[in-house]
Design a protein around this ligand. Structure first.
Ligand SMILES: [Ca+2]
Length: 355
């Protein structure tokens, strides 16, 4: 299989032309432009890269690059939504809507979500939050439909960094009180880009990672989204995040501004330093919010199909709406520096004030 690589500038131009991005969205992360309207869909249970990615989003919002509209959880674990609420509260944004996949989602255990129930010496939450259980949260479909319906047309970026369940259900959702549009039409109308961590597209040392976790845990939903999602999709394949290991020394040194930091504490519970955890989910957030900053190259346009066994297959085509990220060796230091600086940035509002 041939893997063509376009120079970033040419790829960006072709991408914009192919998908008719409007001028406002194309400028979205230039200085002074409108912040990217972002929805974060995460399986924040098994791995800790979701947690670092959520912290990154808050730093990007503090810098004026994005506005987090909602978080939807794609793993069935009642501690996941409270943990998201605790992270949002830590960064001074306690009221961001949170939706959950519910009992029909992929069941996941976690090494770190139990942090959310820990108390300090006086019996108060160590990580303050007011959402006590995922069972108290609305469905992801409800939150996604309500959030999208309230946004300007073609304005929303969704970063999906877990299973495809929530977005597949969104596509299949009927008209409701929030919108007369069915799910697919609502997505076509409101979403500009789906930036997702899934699949595998470039061999690593000659070997292609055959089956990627986010796909194989819910293949039917992945097949629905790959086949029916009506906007551009950019995949960050397995090979991207594993080529960018988060330096554990940063976990040990850069988060000490808080005695109990939810990002560092989750990381340590999952993989104590000196483990350098891959940055899979962080890369989809970085691209989704700062696509024009040339952190990555893009594949040619094409179609990515999810096969019945969970393999992802890319076929180049000039009219295709799918691409995948490509990381050149000389891009690695700059990307990794951005991921570390954003993840470890202390909470602050735009303009620098503490929340
Ligand atoms: Ca994830």
């Amino acid at each position: 299989m041939q893997w063509g690589i376009l120079p970033m500038a040419a790829a960006a131009t072709a991408f914009a032309l192919a998908f008719s991005l409007d001028s406002s969205s194309a400028r979205a992360d230039d200085a002074g432009a409108e912040a990217v309207r972002l929805i974060f869909d995460t399986d924040i249970c098994g791995d800790c890269d979701d947690v670092l990615a959520l912290g990154m989003i808050h730093a990007l919002q503090s810098r004026g690059h994005c506005r987090l509209l909602a978080v939807t959880v794609s793993a069935d674990n009642d501690q996941a939504a409270p943990f998201v609420d605790a992270v949002n509260t830590f960064y001074g944004r306690a009221d961001i809507p949170i939706g959950v996949v519910g009992k029909r989602g992929v069941v996941e255990k976690s090494a770190f979500l139990s942090l959310v129930d820990e108390k300090d010496a006086s019996g108060r939450d160590r990580y303050p939050h007011d959402l006590r259980s995922g069972r108290s949260a609305p469905s992801a479909t409800e939150v996604l439909r309500r959030t999208l319906a309230a946004q300007p047309d073609h304005s929303v970026v969704i970063a999906q960094v877990g299973f495809f369940t929530n977005l597949a259900r969104l596509l299949d959702s009927p008209a409701d009180a929030h919108s007369p549009l069915d799910g697919r039409e609502l997505v076509r109308r409101k979403v500009r880009l789906l930036s997702l961590m899934a699949g595998s597209f470039t061999p690593i040392e000659g070997n292609l990672r055959d089956l990627e976790y986010n796909v194989v845990r819910d293949v039917p939903s992945a097949r629905i989204v790959a086949a029916r999602w009506p906007t551009p999709m950019v995949y960050s394949g397995f090979e991207i995040g594993i080529a960018l290991p988060y330096p554990a020394v940063s976990i040990e040194r850069d988060y000490r501004y808080a005695p109990h930091h939810p990002l560092a504490d989750a990381y340590i519970r999952r993989n104590p330093p000196p483990h350098n955890r891959p940055t899979w989910d962080l890369t989809s957030v970085l691209y989704g919010v700062l696509a024009a900053r040339n952190y990555f190259d893009l594949s040619p346009a094409g179609t990515i199909a999810v096969e019945e066994d969970g393999h992802t297959r890319f076929t180049a085509s000039s009219g295709g709406s799918h691409r995948y990220l490509i990381l050149r060796p000389d891009q690695k230091p700059r990307v990794l520096e951005a991921l570390v600086q954003l993840s470890s940035q202390p909470p602050c509002r735009a303009g620098g004030s503490r929340p």
